[in-house]
Design a protein around this ligand. Structure first.
Ligand code: AQP
Length: 339
């Protein structure tokens, strides 16, 4: 069983990324054969970005994933642009991707409205590149946060349409979205998801935030009217914090509501802050140790790319072959199709 997931090198990662996705990566490396994780630097170019900073952001994200517990001995961790097969497969998959499907993507609609200068074609094609990332490895499962649900459904649809057009070559992946913590909301505006691109510093808890910053941000987190620690549609701020604590304690949200009955928001927010500090402190410390070794991180990514290529190259050859691209029968006969 293969697991694949990608993460953007957006510099510092936040607790939403950690709870919604990185926890799933850690669980995945224990049971997949192999678990494949990719720092998607090509995706990062689909909105305005800083080319000078991007290589460093890739290393930030790599060190952060290692600090969180990814182990290159138990998974494949690599940089997307090091495996050129991703971009070629993107183009080939465009031949079975209707424009109308891409126009319906929520992320495209949201981000294209916010881009000030240029809505890039790469933002439109973002879900096709994501489908290529996943399908290139014949991935069975894709651990992601809730915001990626629509993109993974599109990847499944692309795989189905490809297989019915050219023959059974691609595997339809399924998303693995956590039951609790799949959409952590912004602390200042709990009606929107916590987001690197569009959030403010006060609305996000970064994985490498200092403990006092975490305490301050949670103390100032937007709460709702009333003082009951219970979930509800009129209580998005408190519901969000209950969700966070539910993950830090591995407890059901109802148990947390029961524990904090009659306590009020202040006591509850302090308790959430101490839990989050406890969860993130070891990751932050390990990150500080790992991040300075840039040569070591680059070496590890290069080794990961070599292992990824060993899967991607024959797979792409097979796709080219069934699509009639290049000389006939160029795919290695050793490549076995999965039915
Ligand atoms: N708020 C969130 N709650 C739960 N899961 C989340 N993810 C992202 N935000 C939340 C999941 O994290 C993984 C990596 O996401 P990404 O590659 O999009 O990284 P990012 O750009 O740093 O994430 P942002 O901040 O959410 O991005 P923007 O600002 O682009 O909207 C994915 O599995 C995602 O579901």
């Amino acid at each position: 069983m293969r697991i694949f997931s990608g993460i953007q090198p957006t510099g510092r990662k936040h607790i939403g990324n950690y709870i919604g996705a990185i926890r799933g990566y850690l669980e995945g490396q224990e049971r997949a054969d192999p678990a494949i994780y990719c720092i998607v630097d090509l995706h990062a170019t689909s909105v305005a970005y800083d080319p000078e900073a991007l290589p460093g952001y890739v290393l930030d994200t790599t060190a952060m994933l290692l600090a969180a517990g990814l182990d290159p001995g138990r998974c494949i961790l690599f940089r997307q642009s090091d495996v050129r097969e991703h971009t070629e497969l993107t183009w080939l998959l465009c031949s079975v991707t209707p424009c109308g499907d891409l126009q319906r993507m929520h992320q495209f609609k949201d981000k294209s409205e916010r881009e000030q200068e240029l809505v890039r074609t790469s933002l439109f094609l973002y879900p096709v590149l994501q489908a290529a990332d996943i399908l290139l490895y014949r991935s069975d499962e894709v651990p992601v946060g809730d915001d990626q649900r629509q993109h993974i459904e599109l990847a499944r649809e692309i795989a189905r349409r490809f297989n019915s057009t050219y023959g059974e070559v691609l595997v339809e992946p399924k998303h693995v979205i956590p039951e609790v913590g799949a959409r952590i909301m912004d602390l200042q505006d709990p009606s929107t998801k916590m987001s690197t691109s569009y959030g403010t510093d006060a609305g996000l808890i970064y994985i490498d935030d200092e403990p006092d910053d975490i305490r301050r941000k949670l103390a100032r987190a937007e709460t709702d009217s009333g003082r009951e620690v219970v979930r509800g549609p009129d209580k998005p701020g408190i519901s969000n914090l209950i969700e966070v604590m539910s993950v830090t304690r591995g407890a059901a949200p109802e148990d947390i509501e029961r524990e904090f009955e009659g306590e009020g928001y202040g006591t509850f927010k302090n308790a959430v802050a101490e839990d989050v500090v406890g969860l993130l402190a070891p990751v932050r410390e390990r990150y500080r140790e790992l991040r300075p070794d840039e040569d070591g991180l680059e070496r590890m990514l290069a080794e990961g790319a070599e292992r990824a290529r060993a899967i991607a190259t024959p797979m792409l050859a097979e796709v080219r072959d069934v699509m009639g691209i290049g000389p006939k029968g160029a795919a290695s006969p050793a490549v076995q199709r999965r039915g």
